[in-house]
Design a protein around this ligand. Structure first.
Ligand code: GLN
Length: 548
C-alpha cells in the first residue's frame, strides 16, 4: 500500500482567489509527473451538500458519477486531472456534524461529552483519510472559505493535527493570498499576506509555500519581504499572476517552479510533462475560426452558475480551432417581437438545465426559432424538455403540452414526474413520496444510455452505449412517444430497459443539428478530451456560419 502524501491548500485575505483552480493546476502538474493524484474539497458551510443552494449564491452544482451534488470546484478538479471525483472528494461542515450527531445518537461516544475537539476534528480527519485511497500518491485537500472564519476553524485544526498523526514528511501546507496593487501609491502591498499568514500561524499552521495572487509577477524584493515576515524561505514564495485563460495556469505555475518545489519538499519523483498543456494553450490562443453561441437561460446573470457548460463549449471549439463566444441571453426578456434581434446573429443556440417555470416561455420561443430557422440547437436537461414541449405544441398538435413541473394540473403532461425508478447501481427500486425532503429526490449521477444506430447522437459518440450524469426530477412521458415519433421527432437514446427517453433529435433532412439530452454532458467534458456532443454542436454552428 502506498503512503499517500497530503497537500493542504488554504486561502487568506478574501474569497474567490481561485483556490480551486490553484489546487487543480498543481494537481495536474503532479499528475503529469506520473503520480496518482486526487483532490478533496472541504467546505465550512452547514448545508449537507450544495444541492439545495441557489446557483446564484454558490455557482453551479456539479454532479459526480456516484450522484453527489457538489461544489463547482470538483468540476475544475475533473477537468484538470481527467479523473472522476466521487462523494468522498467533498465534505461540508454540515455533513461532518451530521455524522458526529448520528454517532452520538447511536451511543458510539460511550457516554462522553461530544466536543469540537476531538470528535468533530476526528470526523474531519476520517473524512480526509477516506479520500486517500491506497492507490494514491498525493491527495490535495482544499479548505473552502478564508483563514480566520469561525466556521473553518475545526477544519484548520484537523489538518494541523494530521501533521502530527502522519508525520511531517507526508504533509505540506500551501497558503494562497492576495498581493493587491495600490494605484494611489503605485506599488503592490504585502501587508494583507502578512496578516493572513499570522492568522494561520496563530492556529498552529506554518505554511510551507505561499502563493500570492497578483496582477503582475512579484519583484525579488517583494518575495524577500514576504519570506521574512512570514518565516518561509525566499524560494517558497510564488506569484500566481492573473492569466488570460484558466488552462494557462498549470503552465504558469510550472514556469514559476511551483511543482518542482512541491515535489522537492514532499520527496516526489518524476518530471512534469507539460507538452499536452502547451499544445492545448497554443490551440486556444490561436483560433482559426470564431462562432457565436447563445445560451438562453434563467441564471444568465452569473456565468458561475453555468461553469461546466461554459467550459464544455470552449472545449467543443478546440478540435475545429474555433473560438467560442458565449452570449448569455435572459430567457425572461425574450418575446416573439424581439427574437430576431436577440437570436438572429447567432450561429448556434443552447438551452441549459434549470428548475421552475420562470423564463420557460422564452426558452420555448428560442427552441421554435432555432427549429424553424434551421439554426444548430442543443437542449440540455430542461433544454431537452423545452425542445419536446415546443415540438408537441407546434408540430404534433398537442396544444396544451407542458411539464408537470410548470403546471401539475395540466392535461397533457408530456414531461412528468417520475415517482418510481430503478437505481441501476444498487438495482433497488427508488420511490419518491410526498414527504421526501428536498435533497436527493432527483435522478442523480451516471446512468447508462443506449443509442439508436444512424442518429446524430450515435454518430457523435461513435459508441452504442454511453454513460452520462443526471440531475432532474422530471422525464419524458412515454404515453406520448408514438404520437411524437409520428410527428417526426426522433428518439435517439434510451435507458437500457427502454423505459426512459434520454435523447431526442430531428432527422438531418429536416434540420442540420437539433438535439436534446436529458442528462448533463457538460460535466464530463475536459480540455484534453472534449465532449463529442459539444464538439459536434460547435462544428454544426461553424458550418452554419460558413454557409450563411
Ligand atoms: N427541472 C427539470 C427537472 O427537474 C430539469 C432539471 C435540469 O435541467 N437539471 O426535471
Amino acid at each position: 500500500m502506498k503512503k499517500t502524501k497530503f497537500i493542504f491548500v488554504t486561502g487568506g485575505v478574501l474569497s474567490s482567489l481561485g483556490k480551486g483552480l490553484a489546487a487543480a493546476s498543481i494537481g495536474a502538474l503532479l499528475k503529469s509527473r506520473g503520480l496518482n493524484v486526487s483532490i478533496q474539497k472541504l467546505d465550512p458551510y452547514l448545508n449537507l451538500d450544495p444541492g439545495t443552494m441557489s446557483p446564484l449564491q454558490h455557482g453551479e452544482v456539479y454532479v459526480t458519477d456516484d450522484g453527489a451534488e457538489t461544489d463547482l470546484d470538483l468540476g475544475h478538479y475533473e477537468r484538470f486531472l481527467g479523473v472522476p471525483m466521487s462523494r468522498r472528494n467533498t465534505y461540508t461542515a454540515g455533513r461532518i456534524y451530521h455524522n458526529v450527531l448520528n454517532n452520538e445518537r447511536q451511543g458510539k461516544y460511550l457516554g462522553g461529552t461530544v466536543q469540537v475537539i476531538p470528535h468533530v476534528t476526528d470526523e474531519i480527519k476520517r473524512a480526509i483519510k477516506s479520500a486517500a485511497t491506497s492507490d494514491l500518491d498525493v491527495l490535495m485537500v482544499e479548505i473552502g472559505g478564508t483563514v480566520g472564519d469561525i466556521e473553518s476553524l475545526p477544519f484548520i485544526e484537523a489538518i494541523r493535527q494530521l501533521k502530527n498523526d502522519l508525520g511531517k514528511n507526508r504533509c505540506l501546507y500551501i497558503h494562497l493570498t492576495l498581493v493587491p496593487y495600490l494605484k494611489t501609491s503605485g506599488e503592490p502591498k504585502s501587508k494583507p499576506t502578512q496578516h493572513s499568514v499570522k492568522e494561520l500561524r496563530s492556529i498552529g499552521i506554518q505554511p510551507d509555500i505561499i502563493m500570492c495572487r497578483s496582477e503582475e509577477a512579484l519583484s525579488a524584493d517583494m518575495r524577500k519581504k514576504i519570506a521574512l515576515f512570514c518565516d518561509v524561505p525566499g524560494d517558497a514564495v510564488f506569484s500566481a499572476i492573473d492569466v488570460r485563460n484558466i488552462y494557462e495556469v498549470p503552465l504558469e505555475y510550472h514556469r514559476e517552479g511551483i511543482d518542482d518545489k512541491v515535489a522537492k519538499l514532499l520527496r516526489l519523483k518524476g518530471q512534469a510533462e507539460v507538452g499536452p498543456w502547451e499544445r492545448l494553450n497554443a490551440r486556444l490562443e490561436n483560433p482559426k475560426h470564431e462562432v457565436n453561441i447563445g445560451m438562453v437561460g434563467k441564471y444568465v446573470a452569473l456565468s458561475e452558475s453555468y461553469k461546466s457548460l461554459h467550459e464544455a463549449l470552449t472545449h467543443g471549439g478546440i478540435d475545429a480551432q474555433a473560438k467560442v463566444n458565449i452570449h448569455y441571453i435572459d430567457s425572461e426578456a425574450l418575446n416573439s417581437r424581439n427574437l430576431e434581434k436577440h437570436l438572429g446573429g447567432l450561429d448556434g443556440i443552447l438551452i441549459p438545465g434549470g428548475f421552475g417555470d420562470r423564463g420557460v416561455e422564452g426558452m420555448l420561443l428560442a427552441a421554435k426559432y432555432a427549429r424553424e430557422k434551421k439554426r444548430p440547437f442543443f437542449g440540455i436537461c430542461l433544454g431537452m424538455q423545452c425542445l419536446v414541449i415546443e415540438y408537441a405544441r407546434n408540430v404534433a398538435g398537442i396544444e396544451g403540452a407542458t411539464s408537470e413541473e410548470f403546471n401539475p394540473k395540466a392535461k397533457d403532461k408530456i414531461i412528468y414526474l417520475m415517482t418510481e425508478w430503478v437505481d441501476h447501481r444498487s438495482g433497488r427500486r427508488q420511490k419518491r413520496t410526498a414527504d421526501s425532503d428536498l435533497g436527493g429526490t432527483m435522478r442523480l449521477g451516471s446512468y447508462p444510455c443506449h443509442l439508436m444506430p444512424g442518429t446524430l447522437a450515435q454518430k457523435a459518440y461513435k459508441e452504442p452505449e454511453i454513460h452520462e450524469r443526471h440531475r432532474h426530477r422530471f422525464e419524458f412521458n412515454n404515453a406520448y412517444l408514438e404520437k411524437m415519433a409520428a410527428a417526426g421527432l426522433k428518439f435517439s437514446g434510451f435507458s437500457p430497459d427502454h423505459t426512459l427517453v434520454e435523447m431526442v433529435e430531428l432527422p438531418t433532412k429536416e434540420h442540420p443539428w437539433y438535439l436534446g439530452c436529458q442528462f448533463h454532458p457538460e460535466f464530463q467534458s475536459t480540455p484534453m478530451t472534449p465532449h463529442p456532443l459539444f464538439r459536434e454542436f460547435i462544428k454544426a454552428a461553424l458550418s452554419h456560419k460558413n454557409n450563411k
